[in-house]
Design a protein around this ligand. Structure first.
Ligand SMILES: [Zn+2]
Length: 209
């Protein structure tokens, strides 16, 4: 006899995110759906780009992408966020199914203006971790709990996470998602992103080769 599927989410906790609307979003990479969510306990908003039927029994490609205005929009090469987002969209398009939760926590949660202050310190020689510390911010102020709730609300339980960040994988597991696979996203990077990635690997534990 087959084992019954584990209940997902495991505890019947009320969600702290609310689905507001879903619309079609044709992009240069393919046809997606875009959904908007609001937190019910803060003023945080989330956007999800997804494609295909979301089913609890199918291990599905997901990415938690943290907003990076400079990389996602302006094509900054100080980091690898823009190419990572594009690669995640391409992988979902190729597979025909998947979801990207776009978390609007710019600069690992410190906001765009403080990120620019941190970049100014980096211009003087600090690395990304030292700059945040000099400004009195935690190195990483993000929380991923509500991102997991959004994936549950979409109907997912088993996920294949496109990420190099072990903290994100751990947080999704702690929230009750079944992480069946980690899919590395490695982009061919040029300096100065290469320096930034070395810092992420050495100081933030990212899984990069
Ligand atoms: Zn970035």
């Amino acid at each position: 006899m087959l084992e019954p599927e584990p209940k997902c989410p495991p505890e019947p906790e009320p969600l702290t995110v609310e689905h507001i609307a879903t619309a079609k979003l044709p992009t240069a990479i393919g046809e997606f759906l875009i959904s908007g969510y609001r937190s019910t306990n803060s003023n945080e908003e989330f956007v999800v780009l997804h494609k295909g039927e979301m089913r609890p029994d199918i291990p599905t490609l997901v990415r938690i992408h943290s907003q990076c205005l400079t990389g996602d929009v302006f094509g900054s090469v100080k980091c690898d966020c823009g190419p990572q987002l594009e690669q995640a969209m391409r992988m979902i398009e190729a597979e025909g199914r998947g979801a990207i939760v776009y978390q609007q926590q710019e600069g690992r949660g410190i906001g765009i203006i403080n990120k620019i202050r941190a970049y100014a310190l980096q211009d003087e020689g600090a690395d990304t971790v030292e700059a945040n510390e000099k400004l009195g911010f935690a190195v990483d102020a993000r929380s991923y709990r509500q991102c997991a709730e959004i994936l549950f609300d979409l109907g997912l339980c088993k996920v294949r996470v496109m990420s190099n960040n072990p903290d994100k994988l751990k947080a999704l597991e702690e929230a009750g998602l079944n992480v069946v696979e980690r899919i590395p996203i490695e982009i061919d990077t040029q300096e100065p992103a290469a320096h930034y990635l070395r810092t992420k690997k050495e100081k933030l534990g990212h899984l990069l080769s």
